[in-house]
Design a protein around this ligand. Structure first.
Ligand code: FE
Length: 183
């Protein structure tokens, strides 16, 4: 089922944006011990019970698309299968959907600890640099809540929450971030 949905999503977007799951390098940057991903504030706009979906892209949007992908790892660098990643971010106007689930949704890591979500580049809102919120962790445990940032964004240096350890990194046509969570 997940495979089929992935293929269908791939057909609906320009080929340049499609990153096959097997295209993701599986080798974690760490070998035996990794620093935990820094926690960040959830902020006021989290909504629970999001839909499970590989694409958050809204029909008809003209915003720039991105694919965010990577691994979820234990502190000993072991990839974690079945970890949940729950994303939320602003729309093309810099607004959160606080009554529905636009630009909100969750995915799970596969057997190799990989995740992949397609969405849009979030727009800015006053006081913050560009960011994507995420909660990540294993079922039945408190998730790690953090935020991801965009390399080269001019607002980064002016945002007191920004941390370079939370920057997305180029991964082919996609952006990559590997999470390290306690288990
Ligand atoms: Fe935010």
């Amino acid at each position: 089922m997940r495979r089929r949905r992935f293929v269908q999503a791939g057909l609906a977007i320009p080929a340049a944006l499609v990153l096959p799951r097997r295209g993701l390098a599986l080798t974690p940057e760490c070998k035996s011990k990794a620093a935990a991903t820094p926690r960040q504030t959830e902020g006021p706009f989290y909504s629970p019970n999001t839909p499970r979906r590989d694409s958050l892209v809204e029909h008809g949007t003209k915003a720039e698309r991105i694919v965010v992908t990577g691994l979820v790892l234990a502190p000993d660098c072991r990839p974690l299968a079945g970890a949940m990643l729950d994303f939320w971010h602003t729309d093309e106007k810099g607004a959160y959907d606080n009554s529905g689930f636009r630009y909100r949704g969750h995915v799970f890591t596969d057997a190799q600890g990989r995740y992949r979500v397609e969405t849009i580049v979030p727009s800015l809102y006053p006081g913050r640099t560009r960011h994507i919120h995420v909660k990540v962790g294993m079922a039945g445990r408190p998730p790690l809540t953090t935020q991801l940032y965009f390399p080269g964004d001019t607002g980064n240096a002016r945002d007191g929450l920004y941390r370079p350890e939370l920057l997305l990194k180029p991964e082919g046509a996609a952006k990559r971030f590997d999470f390290v969570v306690s288990v």
